[in-house]
Design a protein around this ligand. Structure first.
Ligand SMILES: [Zn+2]
Length: 245
């Protein structure tokens, strides 16, 4: 039953603030939902950046250059492979005006990132990464966290995903081994995202934004492997999110 516990996204931002920041940055984030709220009362909103803009990336605390470049070059795959209308650029260290501010170090408890424009809510770090090049999941984790930073959510929460989760076991295992609350597990694994038709691609089990699903997590022992690179649909999604007009 051993599995490394996966990277998370952050949800520290108040829903209303998150919505306001998102639609101010990019009015398209409003989506086409019914009045902006779904049946659970949550505001439905995208958190994509404005197409065509530059996102500055800054590292906090001056980590070594090799680590910075390894992370930044992986992040650039999102743009380079998709030819999306967005630029990632490396700023000086500790630049609080950079949109993506990365804290690194083995001591950090989680690999996690704000989703897209939520990064505008605060001035401290927007992403934390505790891996270094050579770690088994370094590449997949950096690509995944930058997917969040670019505004993408977990693929296993796609409205059309139909994973037969063993919910009690999933909750218990994460509680015991990683200290996650039931709410953490529901948010990261189980609560499907609203179908707000902001950008639409098919459910993609090969997405870098999909958690690995080992057989013990499902009622029928079905599995999804650990994805290690951007899938064809990840690249398509990036192009749809940041179009050239
Ligand atoms: Zn994640």
């Amino acid at each position: 039953m051993h599995t490394p516990f996966p990277p998370r996204y952050r949800h520290r931002t108040d829903q209303q603030l998150s919505h306001d920041l998102a639609v101010t940055e990019n009015p398209r984030n409003r989506g086409q939902s019914n009045g902006g709220r779904n049946k659970r009362g949550l505001i439905q909103t995208g958190r994509l950046w404005t197409p065509g803009r530059t996102l500055w990336v800054s590292f906090l605390g001056t980590p070594d250059r090799k680590l910075k470049m390894s992370i930044f070059e992986l992040a650039c795959q999102w743009v380079d492979l998709s030819d999306a209308n967005l630029t990632l650029d490396l700023s000086e260290d500790d630049d609080k005006h950079a949109q993506i501010r990365i804290l690194t170090g083995k001591h950090l408890p989680h690999n996690e990132s704000d989703i897209g424009t939520d990064a505008l809510a605060y001035e401290d770090d927007t992403m934390s990464l505790n891996l270094i090049p050579g770690d088994e999941t370094f590449e997949s984790t950096v690509l995944h966290e930058f997917g969040h930073a670019l505004g993408f959510e977990h693929e296993h929460l796609h409205p059309d995903a139909s994973i037969p989760w063993n919910e009690p076991l999933l909750i218990e295992a994460h509680k015991r081994a990683a200290g996650w609350s039931e709410q953490d597990v529901r948010e990261q694994y189980l609560d499907k995202r609203p179908d707000n038709e902001l950008i639409k691609t098919q459910y993609d089990p090969l997405s870098i934004m999909h958690y690995p699903v080992p057989a013990w997590m499902t009622l029928d022992n079905s599995e999804v492997g650990q994805n290690t690179e951007l899938s064809a649909k990840d690249i398509e999604l990036m192009r749809l999110a940041y179009p050239h007009d």
